[in-house]
Ligand binder design. Structure first.
Ligand code: CMP
Length: 148
């Protein structure tokens, strides 16, 4: 299944500003199928593991503080070229540089509060999906649980 799944997370700022519905419609209209989804507030220790690849970056502490500041919507998405196509849909990390019509251009406030996260590689997509979801929380198109 590598290459066909990616992970996304609607961040606390976009949740608080009630953009969940708009963002999910954009994801749906772009042809992604929702394999798994949850509405959850991360604890600091969990956020530190999720964003551990950024642990040496100067913005790491602020990133952790922000991501635990409220609930997030986490989801596994399925589509051909899922990682690449989702990144195109969400736009660049810095919303001031994001293309018109992208999720970040429409809903992000700043690079720190950039509305959504999207996996940057197939490898990280698998790691991030596994971080949030067990196999009996993932569903095939016909509604059956997906096998490992
Ligand atoms: P995300 O896609 O969730 O991946 C890591 C996050 O760190 C990123 O979105 C931004 O919100 C944040 N980030 C990345 N680069 C910077 C930066 N230069 N300054 C502040 N925050 C950043």
């Amino acid at each position: 299944m590598s290459g066909n799944i990616t992970f996304t997370m609607i961040k606390p700022g976009a949740v608080k500003n009630e953009h969940i519905g708009h963002i999910l419609i954009m994801i749906n209209n772009a042809g992604f199928r929702i394999v798994a989804m949850k509405y959850v507030k991360l604890r600091t220790a969990q956020a530190e593991v999720f964003y551990s690849i950024h642990k040496d970056k100067p913005f790491y502490r602020d990133l952790i503080k922000f991501i635990v500041s409220g609930p997030v919507v986490a989801a596994i998405l399925e589509k051909e070229n899922a990682v690449k196509d989702l990144r195109k849909l969400i736009g660049t990390t810095d919303p001031t540089k994001a293309e018109e019509g992208t999720i970040r251009k429409l809903f992000a406030k700043s690079i720190e509060h950039n509305a959504v996260h999207g996996s940057d590689s197939d490898e990280n997509a698998i790691r991030e999906c596994n971080f949030f979801f067990s196999y009996n929380e993932r569903f095939s198109k016909d509604g059956s649980c997906m096998s490992a």
